[in-house]
Design a protein around this ligand. Sequence first.
Ligand code: UDP
Length: 348
Amino acid sequence: MNNLLICGGAGYIGSHCLRVLRDTGYNCIVYDNLSEGHRQAVRGFPLEVGELSDTALLADTIRKYQVDSVLHFAAFALVGVSMHKPIEYYQNNIAGTASLLDAMCRTGVKRIVFSSTCATYGENVPVPITEDVPQNPCNPYGESKLAVEKLLQRCDDAYGIKSVALRYFNAAGAMPDGSIGEDHKLETHLIPLVLREALRNEGKLKVFGTDYQTKDGSCVRDYIHVLDLAVAHLQALRYLECGGVTDCFNLGTGVGSSVFELINTAREITGIDIKYRKDDRREGDPATLVAAFDKARNILGWNPEHSNLHTIISDAWAWHKTHPNGFEEELLGKQPPSSTDSDNTYAR
Ligand code: UDP
């Protein structure tokens, strides 16, 4: 009773979760179309390459591996891009998840942990944000995730599928042993871009918006270590296995960091005077997103113990420094330093 289907397991957050779940005794089967994910990130795990829209292949995979529960990470996840590609975001994120839920119905799988987001909240929400505030997303990405949250509740009512939606705040960092980390084809996230600038000194780093109503005018976000997210998935799964009801939880730290604060911390850690330019606001960005995470702490027993900004950026820096071209190094046959999949440095 320990077989998990990890949709999107070859991606950034999924690949970190895989290792935590494996090391606590689960058999993890990855289902990924490798559009964003990396084969090298799932070495040693069974991998089925397929689309979320392929309901029949999903159902076959579930039957083949006698899957008990599903973790669903597979989605388009860029706020800025979603403003220009709303159809793709609705199609992939909503219709794709509907297909997965259909496959679960066909095969009788009754548990799913879903990657949701703080982008479902939108603007002008009291900070720190609790789960019960009205959700009014201000971009198609957040809208697509909110639609799935609603669908999950409907699937419980209609088919008895129990789910946990984990509303991530800003996922960041890397496996502390430096073996895997963030590597997106199109990189738009702040921390990788700041560290790329530290490595390359290209003068490309921009701060989007310096006139927000925040402590220093730049956007404030709640950065959460990817390892803490991984542990939350383990705890959410155990919650469902123990008969937990369908619910949603914020995963953040309660501490907001501005873009300028983040760049300054990165300067301290790297010892490099990272340069940036001030630029216009990016469409779809709320000024401040900071979580209240009491609910996850009280019900799941979760605590974001790796998530201070210093640890997050130090771990991310260890990955980027040794993998300046992401997983490409490994494709070319070069062994990056300190790449040990089995090094259980996050054990608790
Ligand atoms: N940001 C920035 N410059 C960049 C990328 C991001 O100033 O090159 C800002 C962005 O406007 C947001 C914050 O950094 O306020 C975090 O953005 P990111 O894309 O990392 O995550 P998001 O909040 O969109 O999920």
